[in-house]
Design a protein around this ligand. Structure first.
Ligand code: GLC
Ligand code: CA
Length: 548
């Protein structure tokens, strides 16, 4: 049995500034979060992933860091952060933080020093070019918001490289001091007690950028080195990376080809994310089945992190044009719902027409597929978005706690909130909030609590294998199973609107006192598995057997 904690974790992702404001200045803070830890514990969350917590000019929601060794004073102090770690640990919750070291803010003292003095010790911490690089209009991550990847700095009289926004100059991984500094940053936060890091933009961190070469080499060895370092400092410290790359490149991020993972422990499964969204749009599980079939085998210890929504747009760029068009048509028909020509800037509940059956189905599916589930704050109550806000801010509105003013997020005057609360339409906080759902045993929140608890009794999902059960099934129905030394779980999900039935009698011989542990309704007894019914948009989680 795997005792690696990250394989059995339920990760909850939140941004401190929009979660809970304790001092009424309109900005969420660490003390506010501490006050809500009991809520997260009740939900069944075992690990928090905090979006960037560091001081920042905040031009990219904190992904433009100005000091890696502190917390943003708007959120509190390092003392508050240490207290958060302590209180979370008391409730069995680990905390991982974003490690954003592909770039810094242009306001970071390192960059300020580097640009203003050719002899600065920080000069070669960044990537410069004397000539205008011919490929400077290639490789933008935010097309439409970003015109180039090299900009001219008038003080340095040089061009500098920035894979992301212009105010995010890239650090130069070829510089030994940069490689060492990244380790030092990790060491500092591990020493304080974080359980690991969500590493931002990993393929770009390790890129050995050269002007004029749009496809530079990647320094994979650095990942091996960093992993070794992290593990030495904290035996069970974990790296969870954002590496949205082509499938044939994925495995290299987990390890160097030996038997065990010796680089990143966990990678977000962007492929599965897009395929799940496509499957939901087409009401047909085929893309998921394909993803399960095509997913490369991971080295021992490697793990996927599954998600439906995160703090960014849903990235559909690895789908075919036709597949992408289908998803846009169903989930983001209005150009204002789309972003960067490749994505959707909406939350899941509005995408699914606020249909409770489809929401349960979608999350039951995500949480039952292989890997560690990651849930974005507010999804557990079915929060909506605010398309009046710019870009990705549409999905970054304050958490809706209650019917109190500002959704109970803050006592500040409305105009002073970090971002407006959703206060009109079907997703207004008067209709969608924690307090009401907490009191209602039939609410989406109560369902999430039950679903997560059920998952925590099914360690096969995170730690075991996940396979498609390839038997005849109606077009909308997916049957899959999770196996480990602890036992077997069987899952039936119906992505389509029509009720269906599957004959799983060939699995019956394996069953030992099987029963539905989670389902969208009460179904008749399983019998000999000859006719397993599932309602339109319904699902059944069946414990097939358990070894104890
Ligand atoms: C990652 C983050 C995104 C951020 C970007 C630049 O893609 O998820 O929010 O804007 O990196 O740091
Ligand atoms: Ca505050």
């Amino acid at each position: 049995m795997s005792d690696r904690w990250y394989k059995k974790a339920v990760v909850y992702c939140l941004d401190i500034d929009t979660f809970a404001d304790s001092n009424g200045d309109g900005i969420g803070d660490i003390r506010g979060l501490i006050g809500r830890l009991d809520y997260l514990a009740r939900l069944g969350v075992t690990c928090l992933w905090l979006n960037p917590i560091h001081p920042s000019p905040d031009r990219d929601d904190g992904y433009d860091v100005a000091d890696f060794y502190n917390v943003d004073p708007r959120f509190g102090t390092l003392g508050d952060f240490a207290e958060l770690l302590h209180q979370a640990a008391n409730l069995g919750i680990k905390v991982i933080i974003d490690l954003v070291v592909n770039h810094t803010s242009d306001q970071h003292p390192w960059f300020q020093s580097a640009r203003s003095d050719p002899d600065s010790p920080f000069r070669d911490w960044y990537v410069w070019s004397e000539e205008a690089p011919p490929d400077r209009h290639q490789g933008m991550v935010f097309p439409g918001e970003q015109g180039e990847t090299w900009s001219f700095d008038r003080t340095a009289k040089l061009w500098y490289y920035h894979r992301f926004y212009k105010f995010q100059p890239d650090l130069n991984i070829k510089t030994e001091a940069v490689r060492e500094e990244i380790k030092k940053i990790c060491a500092f936060w591990l020493q304080l007690g974080v359980a690991g890091f969500r590493m931002d933009a990993v393929p770009f961190i390790i890129e050995e950028t050269q002007p004029g070469n749009p496809n530079p080499a990647k320094n994979m060895d650095y990942l091996t080195e960093l992993r070794e370092f992290v593990q030495w400092r904290k035996g069970d410290g974990v790296l969870l990376a954002e590496a949205n790359v082509e499938p044939d490149q994925l495995v290299g991020f987990f390890g160097d080809g030996g038997g065990s993972s010796n680089r990143i422990h966990m990678l977000f499964d962007f492929m599965l994310n897009a395929r799940m969204v496509l499957a939901l749009a087409r009401e047909n599980p085929e893309p998921i089945i394909e993803a399960l079939r095509e997913t490369p085998k991971l080295p021992k210890g490697g793990q996927w992190a599954t998600f439906l929504r995160n703090h960014d747009e849903i990235d559909l760029s690895r789908l075919t044009a036709e597949q992408r068009a289908d998803v846009f048509a169903k989930f983001g028909p209005d150009p204002d719902m789309q972003l960067y020509g490749r994505g959707i800037r909406r939350r899941l509940a509005p995408m699914l027409g606020n249909d409770r059956r489809r929401l349960e189905l979608a999350y039951a599916l995500q949480f039952s597929l292989r890997g560690t589930p990651v849930l974005r704050y507010g999804e557990e109550i079915g929060m909506g978005d605010d398309l009046a806000l710019e870009g990705r801010d549409s999905i970054r509105t304050p958490m809706q706690w209650s019917i109190l003013p500002n959704a109970g997020f803050s006592t500040a005057p409305k105009a002073e909130l970090v971002r407006p609360v959703v206060d009109h339409g079907d997703f207004a906080y008067e209709k969608v909030n924690v307090t009401q759902q907490r009191l209602d045993r039939k609410s989406l929140l109560s369902w999430f609590e039950r679903m997560i608890r059920t998952l925590r009794e099914a360690p096969e999902v995170g730690a075991g294998s996940c396979t498609h059960v390839d038997l005849p099934a109606p077009p909308g129905v997916l049957v899959h199973r999770a196996d480990d030394v602890t036992g077997t779980m069987l899952f039936v999900h119906n992505l389509g609107p029509e009720a269906g039935s599957v004959d799983l009698s060939s699995l019956y011989p394996e069953a030992e006192a099987p029963n539905d542990v989670l389902a969208d309704r009460e179904y008749p007894d399983l019998g000999k598995f000859r006719e397993i019914d599932v309602a339109g948009y319904g699902y059944r989680w069946i414990r097939l057997r358990r070894y104890s």
